[in-house]
Design a protein. Sequence first.
Length: 101
Amino acid sequence: MHFNVVTNPTHTLLLSEFSFKPNEKQCDPKLCQKYQQLVSSLMYLMIGFAVVKLAQQMANPSNDHYRVGLHLCRYLLAICRYQLVYNGLNNKLLVAYSDSD
């Protein structure tokens, strides 16, 4: 699967001016397929709220929806080297929770 992603990293998860509204027009079938591939790939990474909102538009995405999905890819590029660091210096316990599902 290949996406034409602009490789300019961004440090914001979503575009601030974008509002998740349904597309009022019928989308182009090629755009719909590209959008579905993009959101499916993002769901694999599961970036919570943003991916869920993108997934709600799978049946009839707009160009703006696709643009926001690509923005999310650029965000992931920007943060791919982030990591959680626990050095134990503050003598606090590390507590973790897991969902068995």
